[in-house]
Design a protein around this ligand. Structure first.
Ligand code: GLU
Length: 488
C-alpha cells in the first residue's frame, strides 16, 4: 500500500483553503492557519480559497460571516475564490450548498455505506459512560433487526458511517506519518436529525468538490482526517484527487494550554482595535511554528512567501507571547513612512474624540514614532496637542503640584521674552533659565514644564512639542498651571 500524501503535489495547480466557522471573531490560531495556507498557495502560484463553514445554524451568524471577511481583508490575506469574488466551485458558503451534501448522502445511502440511528444522546450516554466502556457510539442501531427498524418508521434519525475494517496511514506534511486503526473510530454521524450535514461530511465533500490539493489546519482536527479519507473513498474519489494534509501544532497561552479567552486575547479584531499593525500580526503569527532564519524575527510578508515551506513547520506547540508581538509591532511602526504612520494613528485619535487638524498630526509623528509599541499609545502621547483647551486636564496632577513653583515661574518669564518660537530657540531659552540660572540638574529641570504643557510626565520631545503647540497655547498652559499651584 502506498502512503497517502507521499506523492508531492506542486505547481500552479495548488489549491489551499481556510474554512472558518463564522460563530464569532476569527481566532488568531485560525489566522495563522490562513496565513500558512495562503503563503503556500502564493509561493506556488496556486489559489487560496475562503470557504465559510456555517452548517451549524445554531452558532453561525450573519455578522460573523461579514466580520470574518472584513478581518481577513484587513490582514491582507486575499482569497482567489470565495465569498465576494466567486469562483468555479461557487457557492463557497456551506449553508448555500445543501444540495451538494444531499447528493453525497444519497450516494452513501445507495451504496449502503451509512445506516440510520434513532438513539437519543441520553440513551447513548446511558449505555456508553462508565468505567471500562469504549468512548463514542456503540453501534447499537447497526445491529437492529429488520423488524426493529420497521418500528422506527417516521421517527427522527441521524445517519452514521461505520469505518471499513483496516487502518489509514497518511504522510502529514507537518506531523509526519500517521496511522490510525479503524477499530479506534466509533461509527460517526454525518448528518443531524432532519438531514442537515455535519462538519465531517460537509468539509470532506467540499474538499473534493473544490479540488483542494492541500488541507492545512490545526491538529485539533487530526482525528477528522481518517474519517474524511474514508468518506472520500466511499464517495468513489480517486486517491490521486485526495488532498494532502498538514496539521499545525496548537497555539498556547502562557500556561501551555491552548490559547483561549481564559489565558489570553484570541480575536484578531481585538489586536487590530488595540493598536497592532496587520504587518506585525502576520509577521508574529508566521513565527508561531515557522522561522525565516535563526536570527531573523522581523520580516515582510513578501519575504515569508518567498521562503515559506510547510515541511519546515515545527511539530511543537507554539506559545503566544504578547511581549514579543509588541516588540515586533514597535519595529514595524518605526519602519513605516511618516505619512503611513499618521494614517494608521489618525483613526485611534479620532475614536478618542480628538479633533485632528490636517498637518499637525503629520508634524507630530516624528516626535512619537520611536516611542510606541502600539498605535493606541499615540492617544496618550498626543492628546495634549489636539484636545480643546476647555477639555485639557493634567493627568499627572499630584506630580505637578509637587514640583517647584519657581521652575514654572522662571520658564514662563523666559519664554515670554523669546523672539522666534522654534524648538531650538525654546530649548536654549529653557536651558539658560532652568539649568544655568536656577542651577537645576538637566534630568529634573524640565519635568514641571513638561507636565504643565502636555499634562503628563511622559510625552514626545518637549521642545518640539512646545513649538507645535505654539506660543500662545504654551504660555496659557504655563499660566494656568501657575495659577493652579498658587491656589492649591
Ligand atoms: N471549520 C473548521 C473550523 O473552523 C475548520 C475545518 C477544516 O479546516 O477542516 O475549525
Amino acid at each position: 500500500m502506498t502512503v497517502i500524501g507521499t506523492v508531492p503535489k506542486t505547481g500552479d495547480a495548488i489549491r489551499t483553503r481556510i474554512a472558518p466557522a463564522p460563530s464569532g471573531d476569527l481566532h488568531v490560531g485560525n489566522v495563522r492557519t490562513a496565513l500558512y495556507s495562503w503563503a503556500f498557495a502564493r509561493q506556488h502560484g496556486g489559489r487560496f480559497i475562503l470557504r465559510v463553514e456555517d452548517t451549524d445554524a445554531s452558532r453561525a451568524t450573519e455578522d460573523a460571516y461579514v466580520a470574518v471577511q472584513e478581518i481577513l481583508h484587513w490582514a491582507g490575506l486575499d482569497w482567489d475564490e470565495g465569498p465576494g469574488v466567486g469562483g468555479p466551485y461557487a457557492p463557497y458558503r456551506q449553508s448555500e450548498r445543501r444540495e451538494v451534501y444531499d447528493a453525497a448522502v444519497a450516494q452513501l445511502e445507495a451504496a449502503d455505506r451509512v445506516y440510520r440511528c434513532w438513539c437519543t444522546p441520553e440513551e447513548i450516554t446511558a449505555r456508553t459512560s462508565g468505567k471500562g466502556k469504549a468512548p463514542g457510539y456503540d453501534g447499537f442501531c447497526r445491529r437492529l433487526s429488520y423488524d426493529q427498524k420497521a418500528g422506527h418508521v417516521g421517527d427522527p434519525y441521524v445517519l452514521r458511517f461505520p469505518m471499513p475494517p483496516g487502518a489509514t496511514t497518511w504522510h502529514d506534511l507537518v506531523a509526519g506519518d500517521i496511522t490510525v486503526a479503524h477499530d479506534q473510530i466509533p461509527d460517526f454521524a454525518i448528518t443531524r436529525s432532519g438531514g442537515a450535514p455535519l462538519y465531517v461530511l460537509a468539509a470532506a465533500v467540499d474538499d473534493l468538490a473544490m479540488r483542494l490539493t492541500h488541507v492545512v489546519r490545526g491538529n485539533d482536527l487530526t482525528s477528522a482526517t481518517p474519517r474524511q479519507m474514508a468518506l472520500y473513498a466511499a464517495l468513489g474519489a480517486d486517491e490521486a484527487d485526495w488532498p494532502v494534509f498538514a496539521h499545525l501544532p496548537q497555539v498556547t497561552g502562557d500556561d501551555g494550554k491552548p490559547l483561549s479567552k481564559r489565558n489570553g486575547e484570541v480575536s484578531l479584531r481585538w489586536y487590530r482595535d488595540n493598536g497592532f499593525l496587520a504587518s506585525a500580526m502576520l509577521n508574529y503569527l508566521a513565527l508561531l511554528g515557522w522561522s525565516l532564519a535563526p536570527d531573523r524575527d522581523v520580516f515582510s510578508v513578501e519575504e515569508m512567501v518567498a521562503a515559506f515551506d510547510l515541511a519546515t513547520v515545527t511539530k511543537n506547540p507554539a506559545r503566544f507571547d504578547v511581549k514579543k508581538l509588541e516588540a515586533i509591532n514597535g519595529e514595524k511602526i518605526r519602519a513605516l513612512s511618516e505619512p503611513a504612520l499618521a494614517a494608521q494613528v489618525r483613526p485611534f485619535l479620532e475614536a478618542a474624540g480628538l479633533d485632528v487638524p490636517a498637518g499637525l498630526l503629520e508634524a507630530a509623528i516624528p516626535l512619537v514614532q520611536t516611542r510606541m509599541a502600539r498605535l493606541t499609545e499615540a492617544v496618550d502621547l498626543l492628546t495634549f496637542l489636539f484636545v480643546d483647551e476647555e477639555d485639557f486636564v493634567v493627568v499627572d496632577h499630584e506630580q505637578l503640584v509637587a514640583e517647584v513653583l519657581a521652575q514654572l515661574d522662571a520658564a514662563y518669564a523666559a519664554l515670554e521674552e523669546i523672539g522666534e518660537w522654534t524648538h531650538t530657540a525654546i530649548e536654549a531659552c529653557l536651558r539658560t533659565a532652568l539649568v544655568d540660572e536656577l542651577g537645576l540638574k538637566r534630568r529634573v529641570a524640565f519635568g514641571p514644564v513638561r507636565i504643565a504643557i502636555t499634562g503628563r510626565r511622559q510625552s514626545p520631545p518637549l521642545f518640539e512639542s512646545l513649538e507645535l503647540l505654539g506660543r500662545e497655547r504654551s504660555l496659557a498652559r504655563l499660566a494656568d498651571a501657575l495659577a493652579e499651584i498658587r491656589g492649591y
